[in-house]
Design a protein around this ligand. Structure first.
Ligand SMILES: NC(=O)c1ccc[n+]([C@@H]2O[C@H](COP(=O)([O-])OP(=O)(O)OC[C@H]3O[C@@H](n4cnc5c(N)ncnc54)[C@H](OP(=O)(O)O)[C@@H]3O)[C@@H](O)[C@H]2O)c1
Length: 324
């Protein structure tokens, strides 16, 4: 039995963690869990085995330092410790990193790719939701060296992806029956995690991402449509075999058979990532060769479920516990 503390339990990812942990048999959390201040939580860090930090970026850094000093395991769901390079953090997030000394101690917790490093890790940076869908959708191709330099990603996110904040564009009347692109034509900060992961999978590479996120009027879910080209001679069957081999035995990767396309329903309320592979129109020889669609639930595989998977891996218990 393990005890968990959750910072930010009143937010969407924090409360999702409370719910996931509560239904689990291996994590202790009675429904009437005590809600205490962050300061009190930091003072009582010795009482728990792990702290999940579900705070906005930049708000996580000092709590991470305080918890880390007590020796408790930390899984940080914010972006504060995802980028290995503090200069990159400043560039993408617009603020200087105040704990660059801690960055080398963090493991990037994308379970299917970094499983070996996560085992035994005490400090884990939980990946972003958009990058989890894109990185899992492209990892086999990048690993094989078959991914085209230019990758076009069109992603949609449910409104909970923005957190429990009040901004006009997230209000019901603005978001409902609408589909709103945002940060189109600029380099969205989540590209940093795509580059950090995929550029290093097979030697050193520089992929160019065009990433267009959209606000979709559903509560939860991410769907990334990814347009790629592959080297001549690489067939659809070779790609299917590559994905099947790469993800063989992965409990949360759901590869769809030929002819099916991943949708939000494939992954809603689960810790799964569903991936489909579809050949593009052969009558367009200069267009992309394949369209990969990757979907997940932003609050589970994109956040709190992956955080539990990371914790399970880090302490050496079955990584699916509490998640199936
Ligand atoms: N939402 C997603 O789909 C998703 C997916 C992946 C990663 N993430 C990341 O996970 C983190 C949490 O996201 P969320 O969607 O759960 O956000 P959220 O719904 O806005 O919740 C934020 C939580 O942090 C608390 N908080 C806000 N500012 C704070 C501060 N300065 N000090 C201490 N506590 C503070 C809030 O408390 P109050 O209630 O008192 O304001 C609330 O409990 C973010 O870094 C986000 O980028 C989110």
């Amino acid at each position: 039995m393990y005890k968990a503390g959750i910072a930010g339990a009143t937010g969407y990812t924090g409360f999702e963690l409370v719910q996931l942990i509560q239904r689990s048999e291996v994590h202790a959390a009675p429904w009437d869990y005590p809600l205490i201040s962050l300061q009190e939580g930091m003072a009582r860090a010795g009482e728990v085995d792990v702290v999940f930090l579900c705070l906005p970026h930049a708000a996580s850094i000092e709590p991470v330092r305080a918890f880390q000093a007590t020796g408790v395991r930390v899984v940080d769901l914010s972006a504060d410790f995802r980028l290995a390079d503090p200069a990159a953090y400043q560039r993408w997030y617009g603020v200087a990193h105040t704990a660059p000394d801690l960055l080398p101690q963090f493991v990037y917790g994308l379970c299917e790719i970094n499983r070996a490093q996560i085992k035994g890790a005490r400090l884990i940076a939980n990946p972003g939701c958009y990058p989890t869908s894109v990185n899992l959708g492209l990892y086999p191709l990048a690993k094989a060296g078959w991914l085209s330099d230019q990758v076009i990603v069109d992603s949609k996110s449910g409104v909970s992806g923005a957190g429990r904040q009040t901004k006009l564009q997230y209000s019901f009347v603005e978001a409902n029956e609408n589909l709103t692109p945002y940060n189109v034509g600029v380099r969205h900060r989540h590209i940093a995690e795509m580059e950090q992961v995929l550029n290093r999978v097979n030697g050193q590479h520089t992929y160019r991402f065009i990433f267009s996120p959209h606000l979709l009027p559903v509560n939860r879910g991410i769907l990334s449509t990814i347009y790629i080209s592959v080297p001549q001679g690489v067939t659809e069957q070779m790609i299917r075999d590559l994905y099947a081999e790469t993800y063989a035995g992965e409990p949360f990767i759901h590869l769809l058979p030929a002819g099916q396309i991943a949708s939000l329903r494939h992954t809603a309320y689960t810790n799964r990532c569903a991936i489909s592979i579809t050949p593009a129109d052969p009558a367009q020889p200069d267009g992309p060769d394949y369209i990969i669609v990757a979907t997940l639930d932003n609050l589970i595989k994109g956040a709190s479920g992956q955080a539990i998977q990371n914790f399970n891996l880090s302490v050496g218990i079955d990584e699916t516990l509490g998640l199936l």
